[in-house]
Design a protein around this ligand. Structure first.
Ligand code: ZN
Length: 128
């Protein structure tokens, strides 16, 4: 029993600290206004690194994924779904973050959660 508890604590520690943030923009599905968005994801070395679209993923500690993959999509979750323009809770929450040759090429509202639920694919999916 105590073992299980320690494991759980470790897991919540990891969930708190070990992710990266993509600084980008998202479009509200209510008013259509584009606003700044911070999207958390786990790919490459993960320790609250901040990226923008066009940046190259860093490797070398607490790595998720593999730098040799040519094309992947990573699961992303936005930090706030409240639109600053209309105040409605209508910013899409989950995203596919596209990464080609270790460069973040773009995002789209998540197409299919099942892609990330397949065994071994919890944070990213190889698209090769
Ligand atoms: Zn809005």
């Amino acid at each position: 029993m105590w073992c299980y508890r320690i494991l759980n604590q470790q897991q919540s520690f990891n969930n708190m600290g070990a992710f990266n943030v993509l600084i980008t923009e998202s479009v509200c599905t209510n008013c259509g206004v584009k606003s700044p968005a911070r999207i958390q994801f786990k790919y490459g070395s993960t320790w609250q690194f901040k990226y923008r679209i066009g940046d190259t993923i860093s490797w070398g500690g607490n790595d998720y994924g593999n730098p040799n993959l040519k094309k992947v999509k990573a699961y992303g979750i936005v930090e706030s779904t409240t639109c600053p323009s209309c105040s409605e809770d209508k910013i899409p929450e989950e995203y596919d973050i596209f990464i080609e040759n270790n460069i973040i090429t773009g995002i789209a509202p998540m197409e299919n959660i099942n892609d990330y639920l397949a065994p071994g694919n919890t944070e990213y999916v190889s698209l090769q």
